[in-house]
Ligand binder design. Structure first.
Ligand code: FEO
Ligand code: CA
Ligand code: CA
Ligand code: CA
Length: 683
């Protein structure tokens, strides 16, 4: 039970200034420690990372591009969960992508268009998920246990099982899994979630980019009676002519299983079976899912939860759980003008399930049956959750939908048919643990327009009300559309996760504090809290020294329009409640045209939103979790120095965090932030 005392809680630190320095900066009285870096070994026999491009063995080292992350408390001595343990736990984190240049001695190579097998294998294995055991020592410092039996790398080659309505569907059949029930690995894992039954949810975001699709594929599919697949592949961004990220399909493999490279070529072969079991034409349909991992069982097979739909899954945050009430999971589909979703389990929550040792079976109970909804935001300040249920509304054979599996595999097409609201790139979702309100970062959208000029642009509306030009002082072209992003939030009708309608408002609009207060800086941000391109978002629930429990929100940023003035950052907030603001008229001007809409703006955040951290050069701040006592905060620093290469190293972080380290290559890393007096971080 949670007790919230009367009296306004306050943030307990001085704001960190914007910065372009190559270091992680935090408020006075706090310390940053580097815990887990790209390449760090997670098996006892493995050598330290040389960080010079010669290292291999990434299936037993930390991957690259640390992203979403959860801490799971572990028994002090033992192997079962202990949700209250703040000194020993399992840290599970995503490795979303790679900075290819730094993984090799002199950057990536190819000979006559063919990538070397060893380079491609390294790049593949540097994606995925890490599970590591971490402990806080008697001196207060954190370390990971290199030889722990819990340590695990999940890579794009790890065996996965399909669960839920799409398991075994014809669209999931491949040369690897003739019955469409199994697959290999997960890729471009962005944000995360964790469940009350101690499992981890990793989310497949920009997976489409890894696939090659040759010209002529659409004709082969059409001739094979699979014309409908072409519309879906196009809707998910897999057009003919794509070569696939990093050129993995060009490898001429010596490996025993050559398909770990060939599988990224989704081109159908005319001479092979139309059902897709002879090649990898259906491989793209095996990606775009939420994947559940049991971090406490290193031998377990992760399960792709198809009931939660297929999209560019950013995160998956469970709402408040109430015994006897069906729980909800909130998700963003991160691409321009995509949608916000929630999945409501068919089964009501039973608290005893939190303690069951068969965690993935509990996942089967709550994540394999239920209803997926997509959000429509109305100008009235209300909104509707539209069900993606086969046979209901337009989701019928007359419109091309043949089953619930079909609706889920082609989630975006179903959501289009229902009239969902296109949003400014839905990133992370977070739920206020006290009020149950759901927040979603909308990071930015260059295709938000005053006068839409192309089919991919959308006009400003109540929930996405800004389109403008944001100049940059570093010589790059201005950013257009909703250049700085915003954070939308909603409150379920009746405050129940089962609701099919909600009210909404906008928590904060990103903006530089120097920008137009009437059209851009609508939240009145100042030098202590101006931000752009919100992305990572998470609520902790720490207590301050007087025992006051406070829902403390952390917000992280990704690139965007502000990197001429500052590196990416993390802010802390004690937000108000949905509806604490008022209707606000917004006039957008772009390309000489204007549009006026009325939005629902929350109260200006003022001193309740404050910058806590600024990262090193060219990084994104993404991934956050805390120990249950709120005294150790884990944060990921993704791709420092991402625009450089071995001949032009643009960041030396983290080697330079405490002393200059010229020549050192940068490494994505997990850091731990603690307060020097041992107190709760942020309050
Ligand atoms: Fe991987 Fe949408 O951020
Ligand atoms: Ca993100
Ligand atoms: Ca982003
Ligand atoms: Ca990134």
């Amino acid at each position: 039970t949670v007790t919230v005392l009367v009296g306004a809680p306050e943030l307990g630190f001085a704001a960190v200034p914007k910065s372009l320095a190559d270091v992680v900066a935090v408020p006075a009285g706090y310390t940053v420690s580097v815990l887990y870096r790209l390449g760090d070994p997670i098996a006892s026999s493995l050598a330290p990372y040389g960080n010079n491009g010669t290292d291999g063995d990434f299936a037993r080292r930390a991957g690259d591009h640390h992203d979403g992350m959860s801490y799971f408390g572990l028994q002090a001595s033992g192997s079962a969960p202990d949700a209250a343990n703040s000194t020993r736990g399992l840290l599970v984190l995503n490795h979303e992508n790679i900075t290819q240049a730094y993984l090799h001695a002199n950057g990536p190579t190819s000979v006559a268009g063919v990538r070397p097998e060893a380079e491609a294998l390294k790049e593949i294995e540097a994606h995925g998920v890490s599970v590591i055991e971490v402990t806080r020592g008697s001196n207060g410092g954190w370390s990971y246990a290199q030889g722990s039996a819990f340590n695990r790398r999940i890579t794009p080659n790890t065996l996965m099982a399909f669960h839920g309505p799409a398991r075994g569907d014809a669209s999931l059949r491949t040369a690897y899994s003739a019955d469409g029930t199994a697959g290999r690995g997960t890729i471009n894992n962005c944000a995360n979630g964790s469940t009350p039954w101690h499992s981890y949810l990793t989310n497949e975001e920009n997976w489409a980019g890894y696939f090659r699709r040759n010209a002529g594929d659409a004709a082969i599919r059409a001739a094979a009676g699979r014309a409908a697949q072409n519309a879906s592949l196009a809707r998910y961004g897999i057009a003919e002519g794509r070569t696939g990220n990093y050129g993995w399909t060009t490898v001429t493999p010596a490996a025993a299983d050559s398909t770990i490279f060939r599988r990224w070529n989704a081109t159908a072969s005319a001479g092979l079976p139309a059902d897709g079991t002879g090649d990898f034409r259906n491989e793209p349909f095996q990606f775009g899912w939420v994947v559940e991992i049991d971090p406490f069982d290193p031998a377990s097979t992760p399960r792709k939860r198809t009931a939660l739909g297929r999209m560019n899954h950013e995160g998956c945050q469970i709402g408040r759980t109430v015994a006897g009430v069906r729980p909800a999971f909130y998700m963003g589909d991160d691409a321009q003008n995509e949608y916000i979703y929630k999945f409501v389990s068919q089964q009501p929550w039973a608290a005893a399930d939190a303690n069951r040792p068969d965690r993935l079976a509990v996942g089967d109970k709550y994540l394999d049956t239920g209803t997926l909804y997509v959000a429509r935001f109305d100008a009235s300040g209300e909104g509707q959750w539209l069900p993606l249920v086969f046979g209901q509304g337009p989701l019928t054979p007359a419109n091309g939908f043949t089953s619930q599996a079909d609706v889920l595999i082609h989630t975006r097409l179903a959501a289009d048919a229902l009239g969902a609201t296109p949003m400014d790139r839905p990133e992370w979702t977070a739920v206020n643990p006290v009020t149950g309100e759901m927040y979603c970062t909308l990071t930015n959208n260059s295709n938000r327009a005053v006068t839409p000029a192309s089919g991919s642009q959308r006009r400003v509306d109540a929930a996405n009300p800004r389109a403008y030009l944001d100049p940059r002082s570093d010589g790059r072209s201005p950013t257009r559309g909703n250049a700085n992003g915003h954070v939308v939030r909603l409150r379920e009708a009746g405050d129940t996760s089962e609701a099919t309608s909600f009210t909404w408002d906008i928590y904060a609009f990103g903006a530089g504090s120097d920008l137009d207060p009437a059209g851009i800086n609508l939240s009145g941000l100042d030098a202590t809290n101006d931000f752009s391109s919100p992305d990572g978002l998470w609520f902790g629930l720490p207590s301050n020294p007087s025992g006051q429990v406070t829902p403390l929100m952390w917000m992280q940023t990704d690139d965007g329009a502000f990197t001429d003035q500052t590196n990416c950052m993390m802010l802390a907030a004690i937000p108000g409640i949905v509806g604490d603001g008022k209707a606000q008229t917004v006039t957008s001007t772009l390309d000489g045209q204007t549009a006026t809409v009325t939005t629902r703006a929350g109260r200006a955040p003022g001193a309740t939103l404050r910058r806590f951290l600024v990262g090193p050069k060219e990084c994104e701040i993404t991934g956050i979790h805390s120990t249950p006592d709120g005294r150790s905060l884990f944060v990921n620093i993704q791709h420092p120095g991402e625009n450089g290469n071995p001949a032009n190293i643009t960041s030396n972080w983290p080697a330079n965090q405490t002393a200059a380290a010229p020549g050192q290559r940068p490494r994505s890393s997990t850091i731990v932030i603690t307060r020097d007096d041992g107190g709760v971080v942020g309050l």
